[in-house]
Design a protein around this ligand. Sequence first.
Ligand code: HEM
Ligand SMILES: Nc1nc2c(ncn2[C@@H]2O[C@H](COP(=O)(O)OP(=O)(O)OP(=O)(O)O)[C@@H](O)[C@H]2O)c(=O)[nH]1
Length: 667
Amino acid sequence: MYGMLYESVQHYVQEEYGVDIWRKVCHIIDCKHNSFKTHQIYPDKLMPDIAEALSACTGESFDFCMNFFGRCFVRFFSNFGYDKMIRSTGRYFCDFLQSIDNIHLIMRFTYPKMKSPSMQLTNMDDNGAVILYRSSRTGMSKYLIGQMTEVAREFYGLEIKAYVIESQNDISGGTAGPIKLTDGPLTVIVKYRLDFDNREYMAKRVNTEAHPSQLKMPTVKLDVFLDLFPFTFVLNHDMKITHAGEKIVETWIMHNPGANPKSFIGTHVMDLFQCRRPKDTTIDWDTLIQMRAVLFEFELIRTGHNRAAYDAVLNMDFENYDEMDLNEAQTMALAKAQEFSESHPVDDDESAREDEIDPATGERRSSQGLRSILLKGQMFYIKDVDSLIFLCSPLIENLDELHGIGLYLNDLNPHGLSRELVMAGWQHCSKLEIMFEKEEQRSDELEKSLELADSWKRQGDELLYSMIPRPIAERMRLSEEQVCQSFEEVSVIFLEVMNVYDEGLNSIQGAMQTVNTLNKVFSALDEEIISPFVYKVETVGMVYMAVSGAPDVNPLHAEHACDLALRVMKKFKAHDMGDVAIRVGINSGPVVAGVVGQKVPRYCLFGDTVNTASRMESSSDPWKIQLSKYTGDKVRQVGYKVESRGTVQVKGKGDMETYWLLEGPEG
Ligand code: HEM
Ligand SMILES: Nc1nc2c(ncn2[C@@H]2O[C@H](COP(=O)(O)OP(=O)(O)OP(=O)(O)O)[C@@H](O)[C@H]2O)c(=O)[nH]1
């Protein structure tokens, strides 16, 4: 489905429920798209998936969400100016309901790969109407209700009540009814009842019968129509072709070499054409009479093609075809055509014909040689001959397609729009293609720069979080205020790497080896830091400093600090570190923490607790963990094994009683 539908959903979900909910929805459905490109095609199932996810995030029902998405689409497409098109469909809401198919048809140049649904107004009365919706997509039935409700309100000031009265194959619920399955690709068929005040429209319809412009006009021979519309044909109640314009017969002959040219007349229309739009429509008299406001598209069935046969037949006198003595060229051409149709037998079943159409896209496959012709027009009932005439023109998008069908501009009716369409289509196509390519390029570039910005932001964040704890950084992002906080009690850990400098080496080698060793030790330490229980503060020279209990308050800070020290000791003792040793000091108490510095902001701790922890480390022995008395008493109470070291003379502190930490509570 085109991205425009998803753009509208993203826009209004963010507007209505907020960006976080949209992010949550994307996370649930694992949607990687930062944004949707209007003209890019995305999986159909994305729409119901988004509805399911939004339903889970908001508690609204799936049907409510799909209905909401339908309303969003109508509100959103005004940005593209499509609201003008809706307003121009007609004075009344019923005019609009009969034009939805035509709207999609008109939009096919802008959305060339569109597989739009078909809508048929099957009944109208003073209190509303009945709509038959067909689509190859499941789950969209409530989406359509949202669209129709929003169009009625926005453009016609009508509050309508729309509900499903029968449905088939539609996953989003609604009454399964006696609608019979068609033999086309999986088709969702839903019949809606729309309740609204329709009296004015119904009254207007009666008036047109008696309107002065209906004055009796002299009758016109049918041939005039066939001249004016050389691709048209006339149908009787049995849906057989009783009359046809010259060009459609010629084209049929060209595309069906070897067939008896006279057999076009009198054949059932569905033996000569495929009805492409409205899709899966039963072609019978009653349906066509009901659908006279709808644009139909009939595709000529092709059994092959042969230009020679066509040229030969051009000079044929159809009246006396059977007895005529063909000239040599005609005989040869027809023999060739006969041979061609024998070597390319067409299976009777539908599938052979379907080959020309790619069922997935519904598009006519560009087969070798001529392409099949698509006629677009409306059915008109002609009372005088009690027949339906299909007033149509070939739907040709550009000159390539014209040649692909084997036609020329002068085959197209001069007064009709076909020629302009072909030329305009041809020009617009190339302009549109250039525009689309440019837009695609721009959005690809935008997508890439968004991804680049994303990765830079992630790297920047990682760098920032390596200097400042994430919660602090996020707080600083939200407000300018400088972050400074006092903590009642934390545990500060100092760890020093000893004997890393090998005097035996010259200074450069020694320094490089020191850096290498330090890097290994500090990286191994980083692996042991378990956020948010312990936070790495800094490394200064050979000293690694960490804290538990800040920036996230943690009542078990002493335990976490001791566990870190014991883990690190065990880890390094298990490796042969040569002469290198480590020693650790821990102290607990109050600190003040804050971010200092503009250029390279750092999260720093201040207070005597820090100084004492540092002294615990600098006065510790290699491979030992020294605890201040306060910390030692604290952890001993919860099962940590500590051993009194007695009194230690600590610089700046005088005599201090300290402990060695031996084991954790589990040993
Ligand atoms: C001028 C306005 C409109 C434009 C440009 C437009 C265009 C589109 C496009 C591009 C799609 C996606 C089809 C695909 O990707 O294969 C679509 C689908 C759809 N459109 Fe429209 N549309 C318009 C108006 C409407 C209106 C007024 C209705 C009904 C009230 C409607 C009913 C639908 C539905 C139900 C679908 C979903 C596809 C499905 O059910 O198979 N559209 N339309
Ligand atoms: N890495 C690091 N060390 C600190 C920090 N605060 C204090 N220290 C160390 O803790 C020890 C005791 O600090 P003080 O009591 O202020 O002693 P000082 O006079 O500043 O430093 P000394 O020359 O070592 O006596 C000193 O070795 C400081 O370097 C800190 O935030 N980070």
